[in-house]
Design a protein around this ligand. Structure first.
Ligand SMILES: [Zn+2]
Length: 255
C-alpha cells in the first residue's frame, strides 16, 4: 500500500465541513423570500412602465410641435392615468390569482380530510411520475404527508407556494408608487430642458433609467445582466421611436 493513501490529518482539506449543511447561499430556498421578491419585481415593472409610457407620450406630443403647457399637461395626465391604471390592474390580477389559489387550497384541504388514503396514493403517483421507484415514492409521499400534507399537495400537485400569497393592496400600491417614480424622470427632463433638447434629453434619460431597471430585474431574477438590460433599453427606445413618428405625422397633418 502506498503510504500516501493512508488517510491522515495532514491530507488535502476535507470537502465536507462539520456542522449543519447549509443550502447554497446564492439560491432562494425559503418561501418567505419569494414574497419579497415578487413585491420587488412588481415595483421594478411598475417603474419600467412609468419610464416607457410617459417618455413615449411626451416625446410623441413634443414631436407634434405642441406648446410647453400642452406638453406638461399631457405628461401630468399620463402619470396620473398610468399610475392608477397600474394600481387597478395589479389589484384585480393579484386578487383573482389569490381567489383561485385559495379555492384550490380549500378544495385540497377538504379532500385531504375526507379521503386521506386516495390523496396519499395521488402524491405517491406524482413522485413515481417524476421518476422515483414505487417504494421510494411511497416513502417520500408518506414522509411529506406526515410533515405537512397540504403544503406537499400545494407544491407538487397544485404548484402553489401556499405561504407566499401576495396581498392585492400591497401589490397595487407598489405598482402605483413605482410607476410614479419612473414617470417623474421624463417629466423633469421636459420641464428643465429647452425645446431643442427635450426629445434627445428624454431619450437619453429614459435609456439610462431603463438600463437601471433592466439591471435590477436581472439581479432579482438571478439571471445574467447583459441581455435583459439591452432588451429593456432597446424595447423602450423602440416604443419612443414609434410615438415620435406618430407625433411627427400628427403634427404635420394638423399643423
Ligand atoms: Zn391532492
Amino acid at each position: 500500500m502506498n503510504p500516501d493513501d493512508v488517510p491522515t490529518g495532514s491530507g488535502p482539506a476535507p470537502r465536507e465541513v462539520a456542522g449543519p449543511r447549509l443550502p447554497h447561499p446564492g439560491e432562494q430556498h425559503e418561501g418567505s423570500t419569494s414574497g419579497t421578491l415578487n413585491w420587488l419585481r412588481a415595483g421594478v415593472l411598475g417603474a419600467n412602465d412609468g419610464i416607457v409610457s410617459v417618455s413615449g407620450l411626451v416625446i410623441g406630443v413634443a414631436a407634434s410641435g405642441a406648446s410647453h403647457e400642452a406638453l406638461l399637461t399631457a405628461g401630468i395626465a399620463a402619470v396620473a392615468a398610468g399610475a392608477l391604471s397600474m394600481a387597478v390592474g395589479e389589484y384585480v390580477s393579484v386578487s383573482t390569482q389569490r381567489d383561485t389559489e385559495s379555492a384550490l387550497l380549500a378544495k385540497e384541504r377538504r379532500e385531504l380530510a375526507e379521503e386521506p388514503e386516495a390523496e396519499l396514493a395521488e402524491l405517491t403517483a406524482i413522485y413515481e411520475d417524476k421518476g422515483l421507484e414505487p417504494a421510494l415514492a411511497a416513502q417520500v409521499a408518506e414522509a411529506l404527508t406526515a410533515k405537512d400534507a397540504l403544503a406537499a399537495h400545494a407544491e407538487s400537485e397544485l404548484k402553489i407556494d401556499h405561504e407566499a400569497l401576495t396581498s392585492p393592496w400591497q401589490a397595487a400600491f407598489a405598482s402605483l408608487g413605482s410607476f410614479v417614480v419612473g414617470a417623474v424622470l421624463p417629466l423633469i427632463t421636459i420641464v428643465l430642458l429647452s425645446p431643442a433638447w427635450r426629445v434627445p434629453g428624454t431619450v437619453v434619460a429614459a435609456a439610462l433609467a431603463l438600463g437601471l431597471t433592466g439591471y435590477t430585474s436581472a439581479r432579482l431574477g438571478g439571471a445574467a445582466i447583459g441581455r435583459p438590460m439591452a432588451r429593456n433599453v432597446l424595447g423602450g427606445l423602440a416604443a419612443m421611436a414609434v410615438t415620435y413618428a406618430i407625433g411627427s405625422l400628427v403634427g404635420t397633418s394638423i399643423g
